[in-house]
Ligand binder design. Structure first.
Ligand SMILES: Nc1ncnc2c1ncn2[C@@H]1O[C@H](COP(=O)(O)OP(=O)(O)OP(=O)(O)O)[C@@H](O)[C@H]1O
Ligand SMILES: [Mg+2]
Length: 250
């Protein structure tokens, strides 16, 4: 995997800047299509997406419900594969990576925050946040320290032992954000990360994303809220499975 996705995101972005004067694209989708098949019914959720996102960019994806935003995010995060077109991540053609390489990328390079929090209900907040580190073979003591720090960072230092069912929706989403951050990923993908948060928690999470962006991380965030999207430097509007507009906001 090219260095845009390796451990030191700020350094990697800086070295790319130095080499070419502009950061290289970390995400490159060309004529990307995704057709879902349900029995004999086909649905074309992505109908030819052309999109490049460079290392260190902060991009918001907006669009109506059902327009293909989550589908696109799943493709970018290597959770699903295209049915046509190409996707290059960090310079590599994702279709040529095997399952072990994809799992490695998902676990070490990408942090996910999903629309549904996807927390394990039987585990405490702390154990949920530790999980990516378990898969990443981090030692137990180090895991606990890092997971505690990540939860403190999202304001949940006093809820470490609570299970998801004992937390509010906003608190669960913050646990999910902590889990996405704990591995210090170079690429953060967030699907409606503030959808269930009150305005104070929304601002907290957005401030956290600003910090991560300032550290050189690449962030792609889906949102329905313009105020959230405006924190990003670029807004990509998806409509009916294609990029409708792509605007740099500052
Ligand atoms: N696994 C699936 N099988 C069949 N159709 C699917 C599947 N997942 C998504 N779709 C369809 O693909 C389209 C795009 O879905 P997607 O979840 O990407 O929309 P979205 O833009 O994220 O919407 P929302 O804003 O409501 O989250 C929808 O019409 C949806 O019904
Ligand atoms: Mg969605």
């Amino acid at each position: 995997m090219a260095d845009v996705l390796t451990a030191d995101p700020a350094g990697a972005a800086a070295s790319l800047l130095a080499r070419s004067g502009r950061p290289e694209p970390v995400i490159e989708l060309a004529d990307a299509g995704k057709t879902y098949r349900t029995g004999s019914i086909e649905f074309e959720a992505l109908r030819g997406i052309d999109l490049e996102i460079s290392a260190g960019e902060y991009v918001a994806i907006m669009g109506p419900s059902g327009s293909g935003k989550s589908t696109l995010m799943n493709i970018i995060g290597c959770l699903d594969v295209l049915t046509r077109g190409s996707y290059r991540l960090g310079g590599e053609d994702v279709s040529e990576l095997d399952e072990a390489e994809l799992a490695e990328i998902r676990n070490r390079r990408i942090g996910f925050v999903f629309q549904q929090f996807n927390l394990l209900p039987s585990l405490s907040a702390l154990r949920n946040v530790e999980l990516p580190l378990v898969y990443g073979r981090v030692q137990r003591h180090d895991r606990k320290t890092r997971a505690t720090a990540a939860l403190e960072r999202v304001g949940l230092g006093d809820r470490l032992q609570n299970r998801p069912g004992e937390l509010s929706g906003g608190q669960q989403q913050r646990v999910a954000v902590a889990r996405a951050l704990v591995g210090e990923p170079a690429l953060l993908l967030a699907d409606e990360p503030t959808g269930n948060l009150d305005s104070t928690s929304t601002l907290d999470v957005l401030a956290l994303f600003d910090q991560l962006h300032a550290q050189g991380r690449t962030i792609v965030l889906i949102t329905h809220e313009l105020e959230v999207a405006e924190r990003a430097a670029r807004i990509v509007w998806v409509r009916d499975g294609v990029v409708h507009t792509d605007e740099v906001t500052r």
